[in-house]
Design a protein around this ligand. Structure first.
Ligand code: IMP
Ligand code: MG
Length: 178
């Protein structure tokens, strides 16, 4: 496993993002929706750096099944959402890879008629996008490698790492599973 972003670098990236978001929504109240499960750590750190009045909720979108590292079919579970109609909604996700997850979610949320709809991601993978949509707020651009840590998982493991690391061949093929 090779670390590519330290806890300190992530923290300053989020400070930068929070300043952009605060500026965009100054004087308004927002509804922040974390995309489960990968966004939980980022969501917790981001909202604590955002001094805006807000509601916080979650939605689950799963595109990865088990040990696959390429996207599968997307399922969305939206039953735990706060009200979003007429609200300024900010979707928060861990990583923008092909973009399909956020594109689907944006379409689903648009149907709920928010006042505005935007997205913040901690990471964006270079050269992978398959959508026209680009998130308004992006923490870091990273190369096209499979990363874990700070909420991101491989088969639901490694989410607790305080940094972001690239999984290397042997680990991706089960070598590190215990
Ligand atoms: P997209 O729909 O292809 O943009 O994929 C987005 C989702 O796939 C993210 O929310 C992650 O859960 C997952 N994902 C994409 N790339 C990685 C990665 O490198 N590590 C862990 N999860 C990833
Ligand atoms: Mg995810």
């Amino acid at each position: 496993m090779k670390q590519i972003l330290s806890a300190e670098e992530i923290h300053s990236g989020i400070t930068r993002l929070a300043a952009q978001i605060r500026e965009e929504f100054a004087g308004r109240s927002i509804t922040v929706i974390g995309v489960l499960t990968g966004s939980i750590v980022f969501l917790a750190d981001l909202i604590r750096q955002l001094d805006l009045p807000m509601r916080v909720g979650v939605v689950q979108a799963r595109s990865y099944r088990g040990e696959q590292t390429r996207p599968g079919e997307l399922t969305i579970h939206a039953e735990f959402l706060p009200p979003v109609t007429g609200e300024h909604v900010l979707l928060v996700d861990d990583i923008f890879d092909t973009g399909r997850t956020l594109e689907h979610l944006m379409a689903r949320f648009r149907e709920m008629r928010p006042e505005s709809l935007s997205a913040a991601v901690l990471l964006r993978k270079a050269g992978r996008a398959e959508t026209k949509f680009v998130p308004q707020f992006i923490g870091f651009e990273i190369p096209d490698d499979f990363v874990v840590g700070y909420g991101l998982d491989f088969n639901d493991r490694y989410r607790n790492l305080p940094y972001i690391a690239v999984l290397e061949g042997r680990e991706l093929h089960g070598g590190s599973r215990t």
